[in-house]
Design a protein around this ligand. Structure first.
Ligand code: BG6
Length: 489
């Protein structure tokens, strides 16, 4: 039986209410929370966009989206109650003529009641929308604004967004989403690290050889060519999700789990990342782009064929980085990051590779090193590889075997989508799983150095066949250090 803490009645206004994110994630997440009884029936969900819809047609769109996303748990009776919460206001948020009083008339204006403005729009509109909300007198009281990634395309543009939004909303009203922080298994990282006495004494350069963080996707562009080709894997995945995973793996234990305690520790890690600039980028990074290949026995197109344009794109769909954190705990321990589209299979893992035992009692060829594999998705779980004696006669043979904790076998509850948790945290005003502006900016500062180095080098990305584990150069990056990627066996 799922446990949940009810939230107070609230209003949420979704800018970009007809867009992909609203249909695939936000509306279904709210409906799931309704099904679990978490959302009070006096709450209001107001979709806004430029399209000329009304409550009825927007509810029909929302119904289709929620029915598709909720599958087995779809409940027609509950939908009929839930849809009464949903309204639509057609608004061009950037236009002088936008009808803010109409939007305001749909809100319960009460200084205590949470009112969430969710900006599921292009980031270039964030500042304009916030300005307009401010001018319309809608930024005071218990209001909050949610910003989706990407927040900018580099440090300068991220600062401009943060400053523009900050001129209207205080930092405590700004919720910068990184949906990876809402994933159950990502939250479990903190529980695993700080809820078990076992790991912390070993969690440092003294006992850890290296760390690998992989987020491999088997999908390609999924109709997002326009955005993706301007972004690439570094901006799309590393600047946010991958660096957040690195922070949670590497940060010091926070004093408590309140908003700023965790965020402050993450910022310290980002500030300790060794910049990768100039020549170092050649040695420490690999950019890749998929070419045609196979997926599940079927031929799939290469990246450039998936794009409709004429010019050959040099955007990376894969990136591998050997990162280092310059602090007492991690000096000299490489953090290998790897992410890519159209890889052999979907798997996201954090691998903590411990050092070998200082002395081998059991002879050559026996690898006496423990490994902790935290599987974020799919088949969520934790595996701790330990050495054991292979039973039977014929000498003492040692084998590395996993102590296996599988989420699916251990828990029968449905895993809520990351957005379910994050949306309810916004309503509660709990900022701990959202990024502070300094976090976003520190991550961009590091990523900007890499982009600049790549631009200076002017090399085209290495290619890799769709359906493979990335370019050869990524394997070489590890091989040079006498290490190998964990392929999720
Ligand atoms: C998004 C990226 O932020 O995360 C996508 O823009 C990527 O390109 C997605 O596919 C991955 O998220 P998840 O939850 O499917 O691992």
């Amino acid at each position: 039986m799922a446990k949940f803490i009810p939230v107070d009645p609230f209003d949420i206004v979704i800018f970009g209410g007809t867009g992909d994110l609203s249909r695939r994630k936000l509306l279904p997440a709210l409906f799931h929370r309704w099904l679990d009884g978490q959302i009070p029936e006096t709450s209001a969900i107001i979709g806004t966009a430029r399209s000329d819809l009304n409550d009825k047609s927007y509810r029909a769109m929302a119904r289709e989206a929620c029915e598709k996303a909720t599958g087995d748990v779809w409940d027609d009776k509950e939908w009929k109650k839930f849809e009464k919460l949903i309204h639509y206001v057609s608004i061009d948020a950037t236009s002088e003529a936008a009808d803010w009083p109409l939007l305001e008339s749909k809100l319960t204006r009460d200084s205590e009641r949470p009112c969430v403005f969710y900006l599921a729009t292009a980031p270039s509109l964030y500042v304009d929308i916030c300005d307009a909300l401010g001018r319309a007198g809608l930024s005071d009281g218990n209001t909050r604004v949610v910003l989706e990634k990407p927040i900018g395309t580099d440090l300068e543009s991220a600062r401009a967004i943060n400053d523009g939004v900050g001129a209207v909303f205080s930092e405590r009203q700004v919720f910068r989403i990184d949906h990876y922080l809402g994933k159950e298994t990502v939250q479990n990282l903190m529980v695993l690290r700080f809820g078990n006495i076992l790991f912390e004494p070993l969690w440092s350069r003294n006992y850890i050889d290296h760390v690998q963080i992989t987020v491999a996707e088997d999908l390609g562009l999924e109709g997002r060519a326009d955005y993706y080709d301007r972004s690439g894997a570094l901006r799309d995945m590393v600047q946010n999700h991958m660096l957040q995973l690195l922070c949670l793996t590497a940060m010091e234990p926070p004093n408590q789990l309140e908003d700023d305690d965790v965020r402050t520790e993450k910022i310290k890690v980002l500030n300790a990342l060794v910049p990768i600039r100039g020549e170092a980028a050649k040695k420490r990074t690999v950019r890749g782009q998929y070419k045609a290949g196979m997926k599940g026995g079927e031929a799939v197109r290469g990246y450039s064929e998936e794009l409709s344009g004429e010019t050959k794109s040099t955007t990376e769909t894969f990136v591998a980085i050997k990162a280092e954190i310059d602090n007492w705990r991690w000096a000299g321990v490489p953090f290998y990051l790897r992410t890519g589209k159209r890889m052999s299979h979907r798997h996201s893992d954090i691998v903590i590779q411990f050092k070998k035992t200082p002395h081998s009692l059991f002879g050559e060829g026996n690898d006496m090193a423990n490994r902790l594999v935290i599987r974020l998705q799919p088949d969520e779980g934790v595996r701790l590889f330990v050495q054991i004696k292979e039973p039977g006669p014929g000498g003492l043979r040692v084998k590395s075997m996993p102590l296996n904790l599988s989420y699916a076998e251990s828990f029968t509850v449905r895993y809520p989508d990351a957005y379910e948790r994050l949306l309810m945290d916004v309503v509660r005003g709990n900022l701990s799983l959202f990024m502070r502006k300094e976090e976003v900016e520190a991550a961009w500062a590091w990523v900007d150095g890499l982009i600049e180095a790549w631009e200076q080098a002017g090399d085209a990305p290495e290619t890799y066949p769709a359906g493979s584990d990335g370019p050869l150069a990524a394997a070489m990056l590890m091989d040079r250090d006498d290490r190998a990627w964990w392929e999720g066996q």
